[in-house]
Design a protein around this ligand. Structure first.
Ligand code: HEM
Ligand code: HEM
Length: 234
């Protein structure tokens, strides 16, 4: 058996995959916690995805996008073949799995990027001060750090009453308030971020189902192959 196996997944792909699983789980379950773990595991994921995209162009044979991104017609033919039990076995990702890989990469990237925006609107991370209060316009410089805040009725009225006379003599307090972007846009981006995180989870569930079905269909343990890097030679 050992002699007729062939190396399919290089060490980078295997380390990428299992660290992504760990970091994604960590990110997902720290989303509602205070503290730096959530953002830092998210950054690590973004770095992993960036490296994986580069590896998709310059990496080993089955890591390359050109090896596994097939036309929709081929995906359709493959799925029809799977249903009738005579789909050809592929060494790298099968045509349907290839598109799932792309969807997962895009969805994780969008989740991470939207997280950076949420943090930016909260005044932290690399996007702090670079997002307009409406939550859309993004600037390269710190253009929006001192953007004017329009009253949004979220308790600021009480403050105004209490500090009516002090306002002018305490410009730092007023500045701090002016630096707060609209809470509405922060809430909207939080919703978008949460939605994308859950969409990724849905894709992961489909991904794992695909792996299990494909393992049975071709009588081959694909999970073990993602650890060892090896598959049965054709
Ligand atoms: C228990 C959980 C998981 C198992 C058993 C699993 C298993 C696998 C297997 C066997 C492959 C290779 C598929 C093939 O042979 O074509 C694969 C690929 C992949 N999986 Fe998973 N996976 C899991 C969780 C995840 C999670 C949580 C993510 C993302 C958040 C993920 C993202 C990917 C990606 C992007 C690939 C493509 C690998 C590449 O070419 O770089 N997986 N997975
Ligand atoms: C790519 C992996 C990521 C996943 C799976 C993820 C997942 C989540 C989830 C599930 C929540 C909770 C949403 C809610 O219930 O309101 C959340 C919140 C949040 N995430 Fe992420 N996130 C990721 C990356 C990031 C990154 C890269 C950043 C910023 C650098 C970030 C910043 C935030 C912030 C600021 C919140 C709001 C916390 C709060 O104030 O309630 N996330 N994330």
């Amino acid at each position: 058996m050992r002699s007729d196996t062939i190396k399919v997944w290089d060490p980078f792909i295997r380390i990428f995959h299992w660290s992504l699983l760990g970091l994604f789980t960590l990110s997902y379950f720290t989303g509602e916690t205070e503290g730096p773990v959530h953002a830092w595991s998210g950054y690590a994921i973004l770095v992993l995805i960036a490296l994986r995209v580069i590896w998709g162009f310059v990496g080993t044979r089955h890591a390359r996008f050109s090896d596994f991104v097939r036309s929709p017609a081929e995906v359709f033919r493959y799925l029809k073949g799977e249903l009738s039990g005579n789909a050809p076995r592929t060494l790298g990702h099968n045509p349907a799995g290839g598109w799932m890989v792309l969807l997962l990469l895009v969805s994780i990237l969008a989740t991470g990027a939207s997280g950076v925006i949420v943090l930016g609107l909260e005044g932290g991370g690399p996007m702090a001060g670079r997002i307009a209060p409406d939550g859309w316009i993004v600037s390269v410089g710190n253009t929006f750090g001192e953007a004017e805040n329009h009253a949004d009725g979220t308790g600021h009225a009480d403050d105004d009453d209490e500090h009516e006379g002090e306002r002018k003599s305490e410009p730092t307090d007023a500045m701090a308030q002016a630096n707060q972007p609209h809470e509405a846009s922060e809430d909207a981006w939080e919703e978008i971020h949460e939605f994308l995180a859950n969409l990724t989870v849905l894709l992961v569930v489909l991904h794992i189902a695909g792996v299990i079905l494909s393992s049975f269909a071709h009588r081959e343990n694909l999970v073990r192959a993602m650890f060892s890097g090896k598959k049965r030679a054709p």
